[in-house]
Ligand binder design. Structure first.
Ligand SMILES: C[S@@+](CC[C@H](N)C(=O)[O-])C[C@H]1O[C@@H](n2cnc3c(N)ncnc32)[C@H](O)[C@@H]1O
Length: 435
């Protein structure tokens, strides 16, 4: 069958993440999509696909898309739109295919809106001659009239659309998941919890797969575990801070969040563990790593070990009730400071050893927005840096870095062991980047 035209209707926010999400989801469903008509400054993307099932499989997980439509036509006003629809080679076929189905029309508006004349606008499609009944609740077909307005100024919207698309809805996206996972409603959360929208987007760009194992080595309150579980992965997490893992009792911890979302089946476990002394058995296949490592904002980065090993050697000899103190369950081991550069080197190295070929490592890294300082992202010779998506705040940004494990043959660039961070992010964050 020859390919069909579809209209992808995206959201105009987090634009840096939109194409990586669409590309990653296309790849996940084995689709080759031509992105040559994709534009960052437009929420519309007309694309060719084989059939509706492909369109549906592609967009149903997307967060930064609203929906995908079977493309019927477009115009700068309604007259032009109708001429466009009637002139399409597929017009007759489409019209006949859904002639007797129940249906409704829906309006979507971008950069403005006008509710005026909506009935007249719908009636102007009378020539389509649909015979089915109008059903506002559960129609077989939904037709979208998607209007793009040109704002008169930053604060004043226009009421006259400058462009209109028309299409038959094939698949709504997963955007409603943002409400389900909204932090405001989450039973167990903390100061480190990651917002719903970009944690779900991260899971999509990381290509978290149903039935696969996803690991968050710096799980905290488990935001990425929730996102991974939502997309069907079996999730496991770890954190050096036992308080994060224990939560606030049985009713408020990571496990109880999974119960709240009715996704307990996705939750494998969480472990109190220093990532750099990892105890996950070596033959456990980790398909995806998705995390938000510590940046030392709330406290300095620490790993297990003694700052002064000589002094600590004496402490190791201490016994309580005839048993070495460090063998008691309530023993709190010593921790020593560590640098973010080293921790990220360890993360990349571990990912290169544990991910299958093609498996993805995705993590967030904050940077100050200094014009004169280049941001150096960590690189590993086995890992292809696939995406570097930036979310800008006023004085700082954070970026989602996504790597694909290509194995030793890849022979990529590495900057392991090299000092990359030029500024102390924590100090500068608290001094409002004045230093
Ligand atoms: C930015 S927070 C992650 C927050 C998490 N995404 C959430 O949803 O709450 C980083 C976490 O890494 C943990 N951490 C710091 N050093 C660690 C280490 N060496 N090994 C494992 N976890 C560590 C911290 O305790 C903290 O909870």
């Amino acid at each position: 069958m020859s390919p069909k035209k579809y209209l992808v209707y995206m959201v105009p926010i987090n634009v840096n993440f939109r194409r990586p999400e669409l590309e990653s989801l296309a790849d996940l469903c084995g689709l080759t999509v031509d992105f040559s008509d994709y534009r960052e400054d437009s929420p519309f993307f007309v694309v060719e696909l084989g059939n509706d099932s492909q369109a549906s499989a592609w967009i149903k997980r997307s967060i930064l898309t609203k929906a995908i439509y079977e493309y019927w036509g477009e115009g700068n006003d309604f007259e032009e739109l109708h001429r466009s629809i009637k002139s399409q080679p597929f017009y007759g076929l489409y019209q006949r295919s859904y002639l007797n189905d129940t249906f409704k029309f829906e309006f979507e508006a971008y950069r403005g809106s006008s509710k005026a004349n909506r009935v007249d606008k719908i009636e102007s499609f009378g020539y389509l001659g649909f015979q089915g009944k109008i059903d506002m609740k559960n129609p077989q077909q939904v037709y979208g009239i998607i209007e793009q307005y040109k704002p008169i100024s930053d604060n004043v919207g226009s009421t006259v659309p400058e462009k209109i698309y028309f299409g038959r809805l094939v698949q709504r996206s997963d955007r409603h998941a943002m409400e389900v996972y909204d932090l405001k409603k989450r039973p167990y959360k903390g100061t480190t919890s990651f917002e719903a929208e970009l944690s779900l987007v991260s899971a999509n760009i990381a290509q978290v797969k149903p039935g696969s194992i996803m690991y968050d080595p710096f799980a905290g309150t488990g935001s990425f575990l929730c996102a991974g579980g939502h997309y069907g992965a079996l999730v496991v997490g770890s954190d050096i801070d036992g308080r994060m893992i224990r939560g606030k009792g049985a009713a408020q911890n990571i496990n109880s969040n999974f119960k709240y979302y009715q996704e307990s089946i996705q939750f494998l476990d969480v472990i109190t563990m220093d990532f750099t002394h990892n105890s996950l058995r070596e033959n456990l296949v980790i398909d995806t790593i998705l995390c938000d490592p510590p940046y030392g904002i709330r406290e300095g980065i620490k790993v297990l070990g003694a700052k002064d090993p000589e002094k600590y050697a004496d402490k190791e000899k201490i016994e309580i009730n005839g048993k070495k103190a460090y063998l008691h369950r309530d023993y709190i081991p010593a921790k020593k400071p560590y640098s973010l550069d080293n921790l990220l080197d360890d993360l990349l190295q571990w990912a290169s050893e544990r991910l299958p070929q093609g498996g993805r490592l995705a993590f967030w890294m904050p940077t100050a927005n200094d014009d004169n300082i280049e941001t150096i992202v960590p690189l590993h010779s086995n890992l292809e840096l696939r995406y570097n998506c930036v979310q800008e705040f006023n004085k700082w940004s954070r970026r989602l870095l996504v790597y694909i494990n290509r194995g030793p043959e890849f022979n990529g660039q590495s900057n392991s062991g090299i000092k990359r961070s030029t500024q102390n992010f924590r100090e500068r964050y608290f001094s409002n980047f004045k230093k």
